[in-house]
Structures are given as C-alpha cells and as structure tokens.
Write a protein that binds this ligand. Structure first.
Ligand code: ARG
Length: 250
C-alpha cells in the first residue's frame, strides 16, 4: 500500500511537472508581443489571398521583420482608405500595403526607409485611342479609392473624370465593361491584372514613380527605429531581393 502511494505521488508529480512545462512553453509562444500589420489584400503581388491566407511580398517581408523583432505577426485586412488612420489610432502597429510615401501622408504617420519602388501606370483596352498620358484628358479614369493613382489623377484631370473603386480588381472590371476608359494603378498589380484579363494592355508611359515604405504611428519611434534596422539587415543579406524575385521573376 505504501509502495502504491509512493508510485502514485511520483506519477502525480510527473503530471504536474509536465503540465507546468507545457504551460511555460505555451506562455513563451503566446506571450510574444504582437506585431499587427494593416493591409489591403487585393494588391497582387504585394498582398493577396491564396485560399484564406494573405500572401505576397509585403506579407513575407512582414514575417521576416516580426521574426527579427521577436514578435508574432498578425495581418489585418482592411480598406486601403482606412490603413493610415488605423496606424494613427494604434489599431494596427504598421501599415504595409505597397504604400507610397507622400508628403500628405507624412503629416499623419511616419514612414520607414523605402523597401521597393512603384510606378503608376495606365491600363487601357487593346485598341483604345488612349495612347499617351495626354490622351486621358476628358476620359473617365478608374482608380482604387485613396491611392496615389486616385490622388494624382484627380488633381490632374479633375474630380469629374475619376471613378473610384474599392479595389483594383473592381476598377479593372469597370474597364472591361466600358464603364471607364482607363485605369491608373501601380505597375506590378497592373501586370497581374492584365495577365488575368484578356484584351487589356499597359501604356508604356509612366504616370508617376514612387517609393513604397512601412507606415508607423508618429509617436512610435521606437518601433520605427527597430524596423529600419531590421530592414537594413534584410536588404544587406539579400532577403528582400529574394522575396521580390520570388513574386516578380525578372
Ligand atoms: N501605392 C499606392 C498608394 O500608396 C497604392 C497602394 C495600394 N495598396 C493596396 N494594398 N491596395 O496609394
């Protein structure tokens, strides 16, 4: 009997140890500080859905950043139009969405060092009479709301010539359906959309050249510094190039 009690208490001690051990393990994992990324996952190849998973250049860069920072990445999909204020209000820690650095946005948030280049291009239907930027005069241009494509073309061609859509794909459908005459959007998503949709082409002329960077709240300079340091390392060791080449084979 005594022996049985001894064995039992040993077993119980073992169970307790195991429980503690796994609890500790769990805490170590779940206890990691979160890095919440706000994005708009309708922007291939930077962010888009593969099944129910958000993938793309930005998602992979964010994963490496989080790893370097010892944080756990969480991606939140939202309207592009809401990302800056989500960063400002601390709803997300970073805005990573193929986002262009603009003077206006810099009034609301800080940006990291740039990690990629973007170009605004014009998509038209094959056979369109729009052959150069100047031909856009008086035409109806489709854009994704609140993007630089929207901001610049509204400035240049006037409110009445712009039709805003919630995402690039919707603007492309409108072009297919002859609701708009052209779409102005970033070059890599443009290539992805043109590849998926027959009868469209990209004009050779560049509408605007820009830098993509990561938006961080003005008061979160600590995170900004950490991100810039990590970005530097990821650029230097070729990680960023590797990710870009994976999605944009040259
Ligand atoms: N580069 C453009 C901008 O910053 C478009 C970005 C759109 N990004 C997206 N994930 N939908 O305005």
């Amino acid at each position: 009997m005594k022996k049985l009690a001894k064995v039992l208490s040993l077993v119980m001690a073992l169970v307790l140890c195991l429980a503690l051990f796994s609890a500790c393990g769990a805490e170590k994992d779940g206890g990691k500080e979160k890095l919440i990324m706000g994005t708009n996952a309708a922007f291939p190849p930077y962010e888009y859905y593969d099944g129910d998973k958000i993938v793309g250049i930005d998602a992979e860069i964010a994963a490496l950043l989080a790893e370097k920072l010892g944080m756990e990445l969480e991606i939140t999909d939202m309207d592009f139009n809401g990302i800056i204020s989500a960063v400002q209000n601390g709803v997300v820690d970073i805005g990573l969405a193929g986002m262009t650095v603009t003077p206006k946005r810099l009034e609301s948030v800080n940006f990291s060092d740039p990690y990629a280049k973007g170009i605004q291009v014009v998509i038209v239907k094959e056979g369109s009479d729009i052959k150069a930027i100047k031909d856009l005069e008086g035409k109806l241009i489709g854009v994704q709301e609140a993007t630089t494509g929207d901001i610049y073309s509204t400035d240049e061609f006037g409110e009445g010539n712009i039709k805003r859509y919630q995402n690039g794909a919707a603007a492309i459908s409108a072009l297919q359906g002859d609701i708009v005459d052209a779409v102005i959007i970033d070059n890599e998503p443009a290539k992805a959309f043109v590849k998926e949709n027959k009868g469209l082409k990209i004009l050779e002329a560049h509408y605007a050249d820009e830098d993509y960077a990561i938006a961080v709240a003005k008061d979160n300079t600590e995170l900004l510094e950490k991100i810039n340091k990590a970005l530097d390392e990821l650029k230097a060791d070729g990680s960023i190039d590797k990710i870009v080449n994976k999605y944009i084979p040259s």
